[in-house]
Design a protein around this ligand. Structure first.
Ligand SMILES: C[S@@+](CC[C@H](N)C(=O)[O-])C[C@H]1O[C@@H](n2cnc3c(N)ncnc32)[C@H](O)[C@@H]1O
Length: 426
């Protein structure tokens, strides 16, 4: 361990400041470009040299006061210490760097669209019951210690304001030293809470949950094993009213712990871009469709939609909503693992548009097959620029042109960035 003075030259993809020294690069969390900092240098397991800021001797022009008292301890945010301009160009650059690594043009990458504080409408929190009470929050960076959150400016206040009540609930439900997770979604009809718990429910637990839901006006509480096996779905224990989200103009009842976009403005921007690219086309396939955030508005505008997803409960919600809104003939669904069985051969014939929105791993097998198809337009939404760039390379090698890339910042102050892109067959 050595203590040295360094100047931060740039920010890495995870938000660490990067200092160049004779001994190579040193990654310094929570340092901003231009900062002169005194750091303690450690070698981490991956062989990279990391520095811990001991003091900021001189703040650089990009440094900005952090918004949260837990910043630098809580692993949820890595970059609250940047000016908005520096933050936005850093996030756009994450997308550009991923494209560059695949020798793809970055001139078409638009400026980042970013949100504001208090807009995240879902969170997965970790909890541990200690002798003195339950701690609840996110993990510390690079550790399994939980930061007991007093505040979180990123999350909607409806979520953070229930933290004290959740702690008291878990004090009752958890044995000392046991752990749990809590998934909270702020739906349009109230909070939807899924408890991922070590034990099972009995009558007393159910009564406790019913009282909790009543006292705190929670729409639904579900229960799921902390280490679920295949087929272990969340069981709704208390359902005081239906849990619904509006996709476009359509109210959709969502299952417990469903995937929904993290912010409503983000979903809207994504949807507007999807709709503009679909542009009233006849035959649309949506892969990784979830509960239908895009499939429902697309069908509403007149297209025939074939929606595919792995999650049966999400597709069930989509189908029920389609039927009850007179779209039953316009939306067909199939539950299918697209990594193992991507759409292929005749399934890709005669389509006008494919929309895909895969999880972080991307859609490597599917992209390979789409690359050799004759589908005029492909809209690719991604939450991981690295896997996106890999799949984009395949599409471009197959003859597609990358027309636009719009980075969207739904995970404020984290290194995560999403994007919506349009490919056209050339
Ligand atoms: C990023 S979400 C997108 C959902 C939807 N487009 C939305 O915006 O609400 C990814 C979706 O992919 C689904 N998924 C994950 N792995 C899959 C796989 N191997 N095959 C098919 N669907 C998968 C998940 O169930 C989830 O609904």
């Amino acid at each position: 361990m050595t203590d040295i003075d360094v100047t931060i030259k740039a920010l890495g993809a995870k938000g660490d400041g990067v200092a160049e020294t004779d001994g190579g690069a040193i990654f310094v969390p929570f340092a901003a470009p231009g900062d002169l900092v005194n750091i303690r240098v450690n070698k981490s397991k991956d062989g990279r040299r990391r520095g811990k800021v001991l003091s900021v001797t001189e703040a650089g022009p990009d440094r900005h006061p952090a918004a949260c008292e837990h910043f630098t301890q809580c692993g949820g945010c890595s970059v609250q210490h940047l000016t908005p301009a520096s933050y936005q160009s850093w996030k756009r650059e994450i997308v550009c760097q991923a494209l560059k690594r695949q020798n793809l043009d970055t001139a078409i990458v638009a400026n980042l669209i970013t949100g504001s504080v208090g807009e995240r409408r879902r969170a997965r929190l970790s909890a541990r019951r200690l002798a003195g009470g339950t701690i609840l929050g996110f993990f510390e960076m690079g550790s399994h210690r939980i930061v007991n959150l007093e505040q979180c400016p990123v999350l909607h206040s409806d979520i953070t304001s229930i933290f004290p009540a959740l702690r008291s609930l878990l004090d009752e439900l958890l044995e000392v030293r046991s752990a749990a997770e809590v998934a909270v979604t702020r739906s349009d009809t109230g909070l939807d809470i899924t408890l991922l718990m070590p034990g099972e429910t009995d009558l007393t637990v159910r009564e406790t949950l019913a009282t909790f839901a009543e006292t705190n006006d929670v729409a639904r509480i579900s229960w799921k094993p902390l280490q679920p096996k295949a087929g272990d779905d969340a069981e709704p224990i208390v359902a005081r009213r239906s849990v619904a989200m509006k996709f476009g103009d359509i109210q959709t009842e969502i299952p417990p712990d469903a995937f929904i976009q993290p912010t409503s403005w983000g979903e809207q921007v994504l949807c507007e871009n999807v709709m503009a690219a679909v542009n009233g086309a006849d035959k649309v396939v949506e892969l990784f469709a979830g509960c239908g955030a895009f499939a429902l508005p697309i069908a509403m505008s007149g297209s025939q939609v074939f929606a595919v997803d792995l999650a049966q409960d999400h597709l069930g919600a989509l189908s029920r909503t389609a039927r009850s809104n007179g779209l039953g003939e316009r939306i067909k669904v199939e539950a299918r693992n697209l990594d193992r069985r991507p759409l292929a051969g005749p399934e890709l014939d005669g389509l006008d548009v494919v929309v895909l929105d895969p999880p972080r791993a991307g859609a490597s097998a599917q992209a390979g097959l789409l690359a050799n198809s004759a589908i005029p337009t492909i809209v690719y939404i991604s939450c991981n620029p690295q896997s996106f760039a890999r799949d984009a390379r395949k599409l471009i090698d197959g003859g597609y042109e990358l027309e636009s890339v719009l980075p969207i910042d739904q995970f404020l102050w984290s290194p995560h960035v999403e994007l919506v892109s349009v490919f056209r067959s050339s």
